[in-house]
Design a protein around this ligand. Structure first.
Ligand SMILES: [Cu+2]
Length: 374
C-alpha cells in the first residue's frame, strides 16, 4: 500500500516509482538530439556566484566585451520557512531564497545554467525562463528528479527583466510557483540602459524585490496549519489556492523581510533600480514619498521608459523595473498599492535614506498644533 505522501505524489501526477518517472519524463520533455550542436568554442566564459536577494551579483552595466557564455549554478531546495509570526510554509526554492536569485547577463550572451535537484528533495523540478526561446522556456529540457542535475544553455536575445519559474507540468506548476519557485533574470542591452531621449543612464545599485502570494491552510480553530513536508501540505493548500484568496502577500519570502531591522538603506542622490518580480499574480508597486523617474513597466529595455510614474503595474508572470534617484532623506515605504495587501497581508518594504532635508521640495510650515475651530 502506498504511503500517504506517495499516494499524493501519484495523484498529483508526480513520480513515486521509476516507471512513473519515465512516464512523466516522456510526457514533459523533448528530444533535441537530431539538431546540429552549436559551436560556441570561440566564446569566452565567465562564471557568476549568485547573491541572496534583495542583493544582486556584481555586474557591468555597459558590456566591455562581446558576447560571452555566462555560467550559473542553482540548487533547488525544499524546506520549511516561516512566512509570518504564526505561519509556516513548506517552501520550494531556487538556491534556498525567495525569490530565487537574480542572474544578470547582456543581450546576446549565452546563459548556461547548471540546475541541481539534491537527493534529499522529494519532487521533480525544472525551470522555465521567460527570457528564453523554445522548449517551454527550457522547461521541457530541464525536468529533473531528486538526485539529478541538468545543464541548459540559451541565448539571451531579448533585453529586459524576465521572470523564471518552476513548471513541472499540470497543477504542479501553480503549486511550485506559489511555494516560492520564481525569480528574475536581467538581460541588459550591451550598451546599458537609455532614457526617453536615448541617452545613457546608469544606476548605483539594484534592489531586487520578489513578491509572492502564499496560500496557507487554517485548521478548524483558525490557526495556520503546519506540515511535515510539501507533499503532505498539498491537498489543503490546493483548496486555498483554488479560491484565489492569498493568506499572505509578501516581499522576499516573509512578512517583514524588508522592514524594521531588515529595512533597506540608501543615500540621498543614489540612483536605485528597483526590479520587481511576480510570477503568479498582478501587482502595482508604489514608492511612498517618491516616484518612478524612469519605469520599464513591462520590464523590457528596448521600449522607451515611462517618466514620473506614481504607481506602476507588474503583470503576473513578469518582472518590471523602475529607476529612482532619492532626493530627500527619511523613511520610504515601497508597497504593493493594493493597500490591504501592503498593510495587512505583508507586501511592504522600507528604505531608510540618509541625507539632508531639502525644504524647497517640502517644508512643514506649521507643526501640528492646537486648533480652536469647530
Ligand atoms: Cu518545482
Amino acid at each position: 500500500m502506498l504511503s500517504r505522501r506517495a499516494a499524493l505524489m501519484v495523484g498529483a501526477g508526480l513520480a513515486a516509482a521509476p516507471v512513473l518517472v519515465q512516464a512523466a519524463r516522456a510526457e514533459g520533455s523533448m528530444d533535441t538530439s537530431a539538431a546540429a550542436p552549436a559551436d560556441l568554442s570561440s566564446l569566452p566564459r565567465i562564471r557568476h556566484e549568485l547573491a541572496i536577494p534583495p542583493l544582486v551579483h556584481d555586474h557591468e552595466q555597459v558590456a566591455s566585451t562581446g558576447p560571452r557564455i555566462v555560467e550559473f549554478t542553482m540548487d533547488i531546495i525544499e524546506k520549511e520557512i516561516q512566512v509570518a509570526d504564526d505561519a509556516y510554509l513548506q517552501a520550494m526554492t531556487f538556491n534556498g531564497s525567495i525569490p530565487g536569485p537574480m542572474m544578470v547577463v547582456h543581450e546576446n550572451d549565452y546563459v548556461e545554467l547548471t540546475l541541481r535537484n539534491p537527493a534529499t528533495n522529494t519532487m521533480q523540478h525544472n525551470i522555465d525562463f521567460h527570457a528564453a526561446t523554445g522548449a517551454l522556456g527550457g522547461g521541457a529540457l530541464t525536468l529533473i528528479n531528486p538526485g539529478e542535475q541538468t545543464v541548459l544553455r540559451f541565448k539571451a536575445t531579448r533585453a529586459g527583466v524576465f521572470t523564471y519559474h518552476c513548471a513541472p507540468g499540470g497543477p504542479m506548476i501553480p503549486w511550485h510557483v506559489v511555494s516560492g519557485m520564481s525569480g528574475t533574470i536581467m538581460v541588459l542591452p550591451r550598451e546599458g540602459l537609455k532614457d526617453v531621449a536615448g541617452n545613457p543612464v546608469a544606476y548605483d545599485r539594484v534592489i531586487y524585490i520578489g513578491e509572492n502570494d502564499f496560500y496557507i491552510p487554517k485548521d478548524a480553530d483558525g490557526a495556520y496549519m503546519r506540515f511535515a513536508d510539501a507533499g503532505e501540505s498539498y491537498p489543503d493548500t490546493l483548496e486555498v489556492m483554488n479560491k484565489l484568496i492569498p493568506t499572505h502577500v509578501v516581499f522576499n519570502g516573509r512578512v517583514g523581510a524588508l522592514t524594521g531591522d531588515n529595512a533597506l538603506t540608501a543615500k540621498q542622490g543614489e540612483r536605485v533600480l528597483f526590479v520587481h518580480n511576480q510570477a503568479n499574480r498582478d501587482t502595482r508597486p508604489h514608492l511612498i514619498g517618491g516616484h518612478g523617474d524612469l519605469v520599464w513597466e513591462e520590464g523590457k529595455f528596448h521600449n522607451t521608459p515611462r517618466v514620473d510614474l506614481e504607481t506602476w503595474f507588474i503583470r503576473g508572470g513578469s518582472s518590471g523595473a523602475a529607476l529612482y534617484k532619492f532626493l530627500q532623506p527619511g523613511l520610504y515605504a515601497y508597497v504593493n498599492h493594493n493597500l490591504i495587501e501592503a498593510a495587512n497581508l505583508g507586501a511592504t518594504a522600507h528604505i531608510k535614506v540618509e541625507g539632508e532635508w531639502n525644504n524647497d521640495l517640502m517644508e512643514q510650515v506649521l507643526a501640528p498644533s492646537p486648533y480652536a475651530g469647530t
